[in-house]
Design a protein around this ligand. Structure first.
Ligand SMILES: [Zn+2]
Length: 297
């Protein structure tokens, strides 16, 4: 197996926490027991284990308290361990840097404050399930002869072909701008389709294929497009989303998907070791989503 890592990035957040996020190669046959770790080193220091068993996550928030030099530079990298073959892979090193922290642009802050206020007044709360594009192939429905997914209704991978299907839910509130309802005849009678155009703050990062779950109605929507509608320099501030409502009979309404929704907030905000499920009373729940965007400017 070749190195599975494709990207690792780090932004420094307003409270000086470091948000790491990564992608790995899709289409690779990852062994079921692979281990993924986050390692950390202060400038010039030795590498130390920061978090173990992050294989079921696509990000990690390092929010350890820094009582010493808050602008101290640090580096991060990922390590993948394959216990069966004793192979190990190390990602590129990412430098947390110290140039990205405050101060930031007042214009960008205003854009984000405005949409946050709009969401507060007339928005909808919900969760984002990020689709897995890498990981262990689903043992239930993968055709191992040609490595293709054979069941789009699979209860184990929810049709994604990757075991688990989606990462645990992350809080994401949106404001709906347009709702289009259409009806079309089918063998089961008239089916109602719903397409929603919405806006949200561009954090966490939303991709085509992710699923958004509305709190109040428990409706589920597949993201068909996430287009940046407002940016500052290279940083996206606001997304316009196009999303399609999922039918009740869909596998995204079954218990494996419900469990992912219930796990909410994943570890985007949680500096604890990922295997501990975050609880609802987590005091670290983000106060302002836009702080996270701004910290990347
Ligand atoms: Zn499957």
């Amino acid at each position: 197996m070749a190195s599975p890592f494709t990207s690792l990035s780090c932004v420094v957040r307003h409270d000086n926490a470091r948000v790491l996020s990564w992608t790995m190669k899709p289409g690779v046959d990852y062994p079921a027991n692979f281990i993924l770790r986050v390692e950390n080193s202060r400038a010039g220091g030795p590498w130390e284990l920061l978090a173990d068993n992050v294989q079921d996550y696509c990000c990690y928030v390092d929010n350890r308290r820094r009582n010493y030099n808050k602008r101290l530079n640090e580096c991060y990298r990922l390590r993948m361990i394959l216990p069966d073959s004793n192979e190990e892979f190390v990602s590129d090193i990412v430098d947390a840097g110290n140039h990205k922290a405050y101060p930031y642009s007042a214009d960008a802050e205003n854009i984000l404050k405005n949409i946050e206020a709009a969401i507060k007044v007339s928005g909808c709360t919900g969760r984002l399930l990020k689709k897995r594009i890498w990981g262990v192939r689903c043992p239930l429905c993968t055709d191992f002869a040609n490595q293709a997914t054979v069941n789009e209704h699979c209860p184990r991978c929810l049709g994604t072909g990757i075991d688990g299907g989606y990462f645990p839910g992350i809080d994401l509130d949106i404001i709906k701008d347009q709702i289009q309802v259409s009806e079309s005849p089918s063998e089961l009678g008239y089916l109602q389709g719903e397409t929603v155009q919405a806006r949200c703050i561009a954090y966490p990062w939303v991709s085509k294929g992710d699923v958004w779950v509305e709190d109040i109605t428990n409706n589920r929507y597949v993201i068909a497009a996430a287009t940046p509608s407002s940016s500052y320099k290279q940083t996206h501030l606001v997304y316009t989303l196009q999303m399609h409502k999922v039918e009740l009979a869909d596998v995204l309404h079954t218990n494996p998907a419900n469990n992912l929704v219930a796990m909410k907030t994943g570890t985007w905000e949680d500096g604890k070791l990922p295997p501990e499920l975050p609880d609802d009373t987590n005091p670290n729940r983000r106060p302002n989503a836009w702080d996270d965007v701004l910290s990347g400017l």
